[in-house]
Design a protein around this ligand. Structure first.
Ligand code: AMP
Ligand code: ZN
Ligand code: FE
Ligand code: FE
Length: 281
């Protein structure tokens, strides 16, 4: 393990399997120094994480979130960092998106049932616990019932975009997601950009809206892809970010926190941008 920065991770507050405390202890064990928790549509894991983090005086925890956005046929995920996340109107917006997740999950469970995949809705909710419900929770119920053997099989055969039971939910436009992050003095970073169709043509409008960085050092990326994305990030003056996107799925080959991540210099650059923006407001 060579990196000390991980800016992308999930807990039981959304679809990760480790509680915020367990994740912080894992970060500590793996020698990470700067970490961000970026749950989908929620910051509810941050309170517990910040408390537990006190046991690691050398560790910095950046409060984050991951938002899903849709633009012309492509989905993109935006990470928000350094958020003043306790803001009421920010929390109201997030909770509206979490509610949308419930309706959409019910639709998907119904569609599965029509295909003979019978799940108990209560069981899906149990997997989600207090967290924002997502497709991984449905996938876990499918695995438990023996309908599929792995998370990736559940997505490939049923739940993925374009697969038979995929259902849309309300999503932001990318520019609205960036605006929401800015509304609480956060910095927006494009997550796993290799999933974005026509990436290079999408970037100018995002940069114009104030996008600060883009993931380059992402868990599953090869060194060739990292080099390609690094030069794209340079071209658009975006800070090269990244991390594990750890969910503790325990799928074979799942990257662990610290396996891949950006250099400390990227965190320093993000902080400089955040300070600059606050001072010019
Ligand atoms: P949702 O938030 O319900 O749209 O689900 C998105 C989450 O599902 C992502 O953050 C990943 O954790 C997970 N996911 C998406 N695609 C796959 C896949 N092909 N295999 C496993 N997990 C996936
Ligand atoms: Zn996730
Ligand atoms: Fe994502
Ligand atoms: Fe993620």
């Amino acid at each position: 393990m060579s990196v000390t920065v991980d800016l992308h991770s999930h807990t039981t507050a959304s679809d990760g399997r480790l509680s915020p405390s367990e994740l912080i202890h894992l970060f500590g064990k793996r020698g990470l120094k700067t970490v961000a928790i970026t749950d989908h549509d929620t910051t509810n894991g941050l309170g517990e994480a910040l408390k537990v983090k006190r046991a690691y005086p050398d560790m910095t925890l950046i409060p984050g979130v991951e938002l899903s956005a849709d633009s012309k046929d492509t989905e993109m995920h935006l990470l928000g960092y350094f958020l003043n996340y306790e803001n009421d109107s920010f929390q109201k917006t997030l909770s509206k998106f979490r509610e949308g997740r419930i309706g959409r999950a019910i639709t998907m469970v119904k569609k599965l049932s029509e295909l003979g995949v019978k799940l108990k809705w209560e069981r899906v909710l149990e997997f989600a616990g207090d967290g924002a419900v997502g497709r991984p929770h449905i996938a876990r119920a499918m695995i438990e019932m023996g309908y599929v053997a792995s998370m990736s099989e559940a997505f490939d055969k049923y739940l993925g975009r374009g697969a038979p039971v995929y259902a849309e939910r309300d999503k932001f436009s990318p520019l609205d997601a960036i605006e929401l992050i800015h509304s609480v003095n956060g910095l927006a970073v494009l997550a796993h950009p290799s999933w974005v169709d026509n990436l290079e043509s999408q970037l100018p409008s995002l940069v114009e809206a104030g996008l600060a960085g883009m993931e380059v050092h992402y868990s599953s990326y090869s060194s060739g892809l990292i080099m390609e994305l690094e030069s794209l990030a340079n071209k658009f003056s975006l800070v090269p970010c990244g991390g594990s996107d750890y969910h503790a799925n325990n799928d074979p080959g799942e990257a662990l926190p610290g396996d891949q991540g950006p250099p400390q210099e990227s965190v320093d650059r993000l902080r400089e941008i955040a300070m600059e923006r606050i001072s010019t407001h």
